[in-house]
Each structure stands twice: as structure tokens, then as C-alpha cells.
Write a protein of this length. Sequence first.
Length: 169
Amino acid sequence: MEELVKSLTKKEQFVILIDGRAGSGKSTIARDLLERLNCDIHINLDEYTFDKTGLFDQVNIDKGFEIDFENTEYEVVRVLKDCRGSKKIIIEGCFSFGSFNFGDVTKVWVDVPKETAYTRLVQRELNDDGRKHISKSDIELSSIKWQEAEDRYIKASDPKSQAQFMIRN
């Protein structure tokens, strides 16, 4: 992490994409970078993948949990256009390397064992007040399906090889 911070500290403008499994610690790392690098914008892609029920919105269980990248990218680009003049931007979320093609970006992969990510994900969902109405078994099933989508993404896109920085968490 120190190497990443050092590489960006003197830059006046940058976009950081932070990718990794759900439960890997992307949001925690993004909040740390936001403060340390004095960033203007932090976009958490979870805001674009959950609906009011607390279950995945742009995700179709029957089709194996595929994210609607086109709509998500449109929404995030719309937010960025509303924030013209912003020079230091962090975008974080699962599948973010596959979602955006902004050209000159710094890509960070947060690496964590799959089992650890699953445990953190289920625990986080169970502790979320907005999801208290969802049963533990539904959260576990949803988390398994989500990890299956992550596995397909990792196999197809090899995001680790795209990252300029890897943070083991």
C-alpha cells in the first residue's frame, strides 16, 4: 500500500480502480486512500449492484449472476460528469477492471483467500441493518452465487495480471 501511495502522492490527477472479491477489503482500502491521497470522489460500485430488498439488482440469478456492466458504467460515468473538475477519483468494487475503460488508470487488486472473503461477506451481510429481513440461508446462497460469478470473472479476465499494484489483505 505504501508503494501505491508514494506513486500517487505527487500527482495532481488520477483515477484508481480497486478490484477484488467481495469481502476482500476494497472499501476499507478505498477509505484509507481517500484520506491519505486527499481524493475528491469515492465511488463504491455496491451502490449500483444492490436494490431496495438488499439483494443484487442488476444481477440475474437464473443467468448465473451476471452484472449489467453497460448500465453500471453509464451510471458511474454520469456521476463523474456531474463532478467535473474532480482530479482524484477512486472507483472500487467487484468486477471494476472489467467494467470500465477510462484509459490511464491505476489498477489495484485486493487479494484474499476465497474462503476468507466468503466468511467476511456473509458476516457483513448479516450485520447490515438494511438486510435484516433476509434469512441467513438466503444470504449464504446469494454469497455462493456471487462467488461463482467472481470465479468466472477471474478465470476469463485474469484481473490480477492487469493490476499495477496488489494488496494482500
